[in-house]
Design a protein around this ligand. Sequence first.
Ligand code: SF4
Length: 303
Amino acid sequence: MERYLHLNSWLKKKFGQRVLKICVDGGFSCPNRDGKCGVGGCIFCGESGSGTLKRQLSITEQIQNHLKSYRGERAEKFIVYFQNFTNTYDSLENLKRKYDEALFCSDKIVGLSVATRPDCINEEIVGLLKSYSDRFFVQVELGLQTANDETGELINRGYSTCTFEKAVRLMSENNLDVVAHIMVGLPNETMEDLKQTVEFLNSQKIAGLKIHSTYVTCGTRLCQMFEQGEYVPLQLEEYLDAVVYVLTHINSQVVIHRLSGDAPKEQLVAPIWNAHKKLVLNGVDRILREQNLVQGQFYEKKE
Ligand code: SF4
């Protein structure tokens, strides 16, 4: 029995077959790093944003390499996922060129998933993304991290929760799927903050959710805080309880894209359990099973 709505099952049902995501580095930057809205980036963000930089390869080359490596995985359909940095932060012309290259380089590509910040969404970009939606599945992953604006400032997020709300509204009015990205275990955050973040999410028109553990990688501001004793990462059991809280309180229609962060192993400083994804997945499954819990069990509708 599936106790939460897992992305893979949802995709299989939607497409009638197994569909995998291909991570692509589109060569984007981030306004929170290049000075447009901030410098230094979010305090947990490493040099490659999230994911591995592959800038020496074209988008087509990256996709072709993935398609080769996925032979034998029994998947024939793929969604291109622009992961690193802010994947709507460019001129409309460049965005179209990059998205077109990704979507039309193989007939195995059935969708586009774009990770971005809410302050890098506007009507023109939404119009461009929407223009693909008659032929492709289109999804926008939007960083929230927390609904608490004080934590937002502490982590140097560079936008308010209100900006997130406006971006979600614009995209949902245009029938684009929004996947919210939250982080558990941010500095100074308590369980009460997490509860408020979940309550906020339940008031938003989101189709999916990524739950990300806060981890420390070398060279980040969070790493300095950790080394100076100003930040203490969550213990595994604390993290598992927090994830179970989110799952059991989020709307059961929301597709769950992930339950942990995937720190680059060579850069991970703490917590060490973060290097073992299975510890999280199995731990969450165990708690849900033992306590007979399912997604949305304690969900309360908010408008
Ligand atoms: S918005 Fe994303 S890419 Fe930009 S600094 Fe924050 S985490 Fe890094």
